[in-house]
Design a protein around this ligand. Structure first.
Ligand SMILES: NC(=O)C1=CN([C@@H]2O[C@H](COP(=O)(O)OP(=O)(O)OC[C@H]3O[C@@H](n4cnc5c(N)ncnc54)[C@H](OP(=O)(O)O)[C@@H]3O)[C@@H](O)[C@H]2O)C=CC1
Ligand SMILES: CC(=O)N[C@@H](CCC(=O)OP(=O)(O)O)C(=O)O
Length: 354
């Protein structure tokens, strides 16, 4: 592969944009040619993020105001790391100008414009694109991602819920009813913005639930679970804000189809679950199924594109408990988006991510 693909980032001054800059600058097959920010237009990467100060002059890009026509001249593939509702404003012209687009927002994740309006409280800005956008969860939609021109990269919580749950639903190991997901997220999940709720003193030494009972991520979680179960699925989801910078830990309470109350029945079910996860993920570079006594831990995935998954059967309650840990900004956002880019462009899937 000799010629590098030129890529740009709209919204490069936010948390997921900053992570994209880091990943793309060291990616062997791409050249980062454009970074945008309205607040920081005119400043260099190093001026906004001193951690990029060591970069040679050739990589010291300057932020520009976002402008689709200019971006289409500078790059053939554009990442949109923008708030939902704003991404579509750029996706529409960029696609018309012939760019490939990977959107990290929720604008193109839902197949139904009505459900989008229900959860996001405004009309969908470009409903005509929903039929062609591809949900960028590589472990599930790899072949569609290969041919896509518009990727809707999944939300951070949805990734942490879907990867552990989808194989079990598809295999009929768990019931599609009564699913409960509790998630805990670091504060970077809320974006790089100044809001009282996210100030250090408000978050530090404190843990709080929010978004109950209808967090907007339920829309895409239920959409994808319903596809896997071939029937509408409704779940209980409770996110919590916890005082760490990065990371999501999700705990799922699931009901196995098969009743188990003896040690022998539990061992048999355990073998089926092991086989199910092996079949789904043994060859997946970024899914780590934990065995033995190990349980997911955000510190083991921070800064990586890996999601850790483990499970336990509780014979007292008859429940299956599945846990996952990921970095919300990497596997939950920018790393997963780069993984999709690698697939779209025919690069090795792990390029720039190991
Ligand atoms: N943080 C996370 O863990 C995750 C985030 N996401 C999604 O990724 C997207 C980006 O999130 P995140 O990085 O946290 O957000 P941030 O708030 O940290 O950054 C947003 C970026 O968008 C730019 N921006 C904001 N409004 C506009 C506008 N009207 N026009 C042009 N540019 C604009 C900002 O720069 P400026 O204002 O200077 O132009 C900034 O660069 C969101 O849709 C988010 O939901 C998805 C998964 C996880
Ligand atoms: C901790 C925190 O506030 N997390 C964000 C979700 C992260 C995110 O950016 O999700 P989308 O891409 O779907 O918008 C929230 O709950 O709104």
């Amino acid at each position: 592969m000799d010629k590098k693909v030129k890529v740009g980032i709209v919204g490069a001054s936010g948390y997921s944009g900053e992570e994209l800059v880091r990943l793309l600058l060291s990616h062997p097959h791409v050249e980062l040619t454009a970074v945008t920010s309205r607040q920081y237009a005119g400043q260099t990467l190093a001026q906004v993020f001193p951690k990029f100060g060591h970069l040679p002059q050739s990589k010291q890009l300057r932020f520009t105001e976002p402008n689709s026509e200019l971006l289409a001249k500078q790059a053939q593939l554009i990442f949109l790391a923008l708030p939902h509702g704003v991404s579509a404003e750029y996706a529409v012209p960029l696609l018309q100008l012939g760019c490939q687009v990977i959107d990290l927002s929720a604008d193109f994740r839902l197949k139904s414009a009505e459900i989008y309006k229900e959860f996001y409280a405004h009309d969908h800005p470009a409903p005509e694109l929903l039929a062609t956008s591809v949900y960028g969860l590589p472990e599930v939609y790899r072949s569609a991602i290969k041919k896509a021109t518009l990727i809707a990269s999944p939300g951070c919580y949805p990734t942490s819920v879907l990867l552990p749950t989808l194989p079990l639903l598809r295999a009929g190991i768990i019931k599609h009813t009564g699913i409960i997901a509790d998630s805990m997220s670091g504060v970077s999940g809320a974006g790089r913005k100044a809001e009282v709720d996210y100030l250090f003193v408000e978050c530090n030494e404190s843990v709080r639930p929010y978004g109950i009972p209808k967090h907007r991520h339920l829309s895409e979680i239920e959409q994808e679970l319903s596809v896997a179960a071939s029937t509408p699925v409704v779940i209980q989801f409770t996110p919590h804000l916890i005082p760490i910078n990065r990371g999501i830990l999700t705990t799922l309470y699931l009901a196995p189809e098969k009743h188990f109350s003896t040690v022998a029945e539990a061992e048999e079910l355990n073998r089926q679950i092991t086989a199910c996860y092996q079949a789904a993920y043994a060859n997946e570079p970024f899914v780590r199924i934990l065995e033995g006594k190990a349980l997911p831990d955000t510190k083991n995935v921070t800064g990586t594109n890996v999601i850790e998954i483990a499970w336990r059967l509780d014979h007292r309650t008859g429940r299956l408990i599945v846990m996952s840990a990921e970095d919300n900004i990497v596997k939950g956002a920018s790393g997963q988006a780069v993984q999709s880019m690698n697939i779209m462009c025919g690069f090795p899937e792990t390029a720039g991510l190991l």
